[in-house]
Each structure stands twice: as structure tokens, then as C-alpha cells.
Design a protein around this ligand. Structure first.
Ligand SMILES: [Zn+2]
Ligand SMILES: [Zn+2]
Length: 295
């Protein structure tokens, strides 16, 4: 049986189409369990860079229904069904998420019904391996358990009109990683992440001259600023804090903030261990946390 607890950022981006930052998706490998939190743009390409067959995923967990977190689902689901070495799923596609997940997945089944029937007829692929099982939840609590792996969902605050929205706490053999999901500064993240090994948090930033722009203002108001994230890190006190889902806003005339500016702004409120995530960055969680790049 495989051992070890690893978290890999498959995509650290946002809706902004960026060649270096794919859509939000975080891979968790815990013992013999492999789960994915969200499936944004390009999640399948990142898995292929890691040499992990798409069919290997035991469960996909969704934080919320913004398209940047879900557009990779049909690719993962359908390509993962193919017989080739990069697919090879030999079980139903297992999805866990807030209320609304069932509807999303049933509509995808309808949208791709023609493809599915063609491949069953032509490639003799098994219908039971393209089947989708869905487990929905409606509030904070344990949503997934397999061996020593326990996943707990907790409510976050992504804005008054953007509900439901959740973060996840992943417990494995007394080690803990927390993924904030998309959220403004939120007390629940601090509560669920207190003293954990790894806290992965979203962040949004724009240069001061852009903050008067109403569109930019609205986006920033749905997310956590670097200073607010620093406050979350200071209060939760994880062994390591890391950023993902970098919303680095720009306009045609004002450039996006740099990673250095992001780190400097976070340092206004936090002086502990901090990493700005990149696609394919892996955190090996043991007595210490090792950060390396895979793929
Ligand atoms: Zn997002
Ligand atoms: Zn969102």
C-alpha cells in the first residue's frame, strides 16, 4: 500500500487565460487515495505531466460552481474513460460537491450523450466506467472518508450572490492540509486551519491605480487581499502557508502585480513561512514539509 501525503497544485490561476497558470485544481495523494479538488482549465494536461492516468482519480471534490473551477470536468471525465494509458478509468466517475453538483453532472451527461453512445458502439468502452456517481452535501462536515483519509467541507464567503462556496480540510494520519476555496477574508478558514501543516489560500491583487475601476473593485471584493490572507495565516499559524488561485488583475494600461509585490504585501501582516504557488508545485507533508516541482 502506498504511503505518504502529497499535495500538488495542478493549476494556480483563475479565469484569466494564462499559459503558465492553468485553471484552479489541486491534487491530493494520500496513501493509496488520489483525489482532486476542482478541475479547472488544463487539469488533465497537468496530470499527464505528472504521469498520473486520469482514470486514477478516486474522487473529484468541487468547491463552488464558478466556471474556472469546473470547465476541466468534461475533459477529465470523458478523456479519463478512454482505453489508452492516459485514461483507463475502471470505475464510475465519483464527484462530491455542494447542492447543484448533481444537476451539473447530469447536464454534462446529456451534453455528451452522443459521444458516449458512439464510443460504446465503436470502441466497446464500458458504460459503467462513464457512469457518474454524485454525493451532494449542504453544510459543514465530513464529506469523504477512505482508509486514513478524511475530507471535511467548510463554508466560506465568496460574496452574497455566490453560494454555495466551500473550502476543504484534508486529514491524513495526523497531518492536515487545508484548501480555502474561493473566499473573502473568512473566519471559518482560520477555525478549520488552526495549527495545520499546510494552508493553501486564494488571493487577489491589483495595483492601487486600478482599484477605482468598478469592474476591478467588484472582482477584488469577492476575494482575499494579500494583507487579509496574511492575517488569516498569522491567526491560523500553519507550518507552511501557500498561495494558489492568483487573481493578479491588470488593464490595458496598468500591468498585473508581480509575485514579488504579492509577497511584499502579504508580509505587511504575516512573517511566517510562505510560498507563492506555481503550477506543478508539490508539497510533501511529513515531519517537515518539502516543496518541489514535479513534471
Ligand atoms: Zn475561482
Ligand atoms: Zn469563484
Amino acid at each position: 500500500m502506498a504511503s505518504g501525503f502529497r499535495v500538488t497544485l495542478l493549476g494556480t490561476g483563475s479565469p484569466i487565460p494564462h499559459p503558465d497558470r492553468f485553471g484552479p485544481s489541486t491534487l491530493i495523494e494520500a496513501g493509496d487515495q488520489t483525489i482532486l479538488i476542482d478541475a479547472g482549465r488544463g487539469a488533465t494536461i497537468r496530470m499527464s505531466q505528472l504521469g498520473i492516468p486520469l482514470g486514477r482519480i478516486d474522487a473529484l471534490l468541487l468547491t463552488h460552481f464558478h466556471s474556472d473551477h469546473t470547465v476541466g470536468i468534461p475533459d477529465l471525465w470523458l478523456t479519463g474513460w478512454l482505453s489508452s494509458h492516459f485514461g483507463a478509468r475502471r470505475k464510475p466517475f465519483n464527484v462530491i460537491g455542494p447542492s447543484g453538483t448533481e444537476s451539473l453532472m447530469r447536464h454534462l451527461e446529456a451534453a455528451y450523450g452522443h459521444d458516449i453512445e458512439m464510443r460504446i458502439e465503436d470502441e466497446k468502452l464500458a458504460r459503467e466506467h462513464i457512469a457518474i456517481t454524485v454525493k451532494e452535501f449542504t453544510g459543514d462536515g465530513l464529506v469523504h472518508e477512505a482508509g486514513d483519509l478524511r475530507v471535511t467541507a467548510f463554508t466560506v464567503d465568496h460574496g452574497d450572490a455566490i453560494k454555495p462556496a466551500y473550502g476543504y480540510r484534508i486529514d491524513f494520519q495526523r497531518r492536515v492540509a487545508v484548501v480555502s476555496g474561493d473566499t473573502r477574508y473568512n473566519e471559518n478558514v482560520v477555525q478549520y486551519a488552526r495549527g495545520v501543516d499546510l494552508l493553501i489560500h486564494e488571493v487577489a491583487m491589483a495595483r492601487a491605480e486600478l482599484l477605482q475601476n468598478p469592474l476591478i473593485k467588484r472582482i477584488v471584493n469577492h476575494h482575499t487581499s494579500p494583507q487579509e490572507a496574511g492575517l488569516v495565516f498569522t491567526r491560523a499559524g500553519p507550518k507552511l502557508a501557500a498561495f494558489t488561485h492568483l487573481v493578479m488583475l491588470a488593464s490595458e494600461t496598468v500591468g498585473a502585480p508581480t509575485v514579488e509585490e504579492l509577497a511584499a504585501a502579504t508580509r505587511e501582516t504575516y512573517d511566517g513561512p510562505l510560498v507563492v504557488g506555481e503550477d506543478l508545485m508539490t508539497f510533501e507533508i511529513a515531519d517537515t514539509i518539502t516543496v518541489r516541482r514535479r513534471g
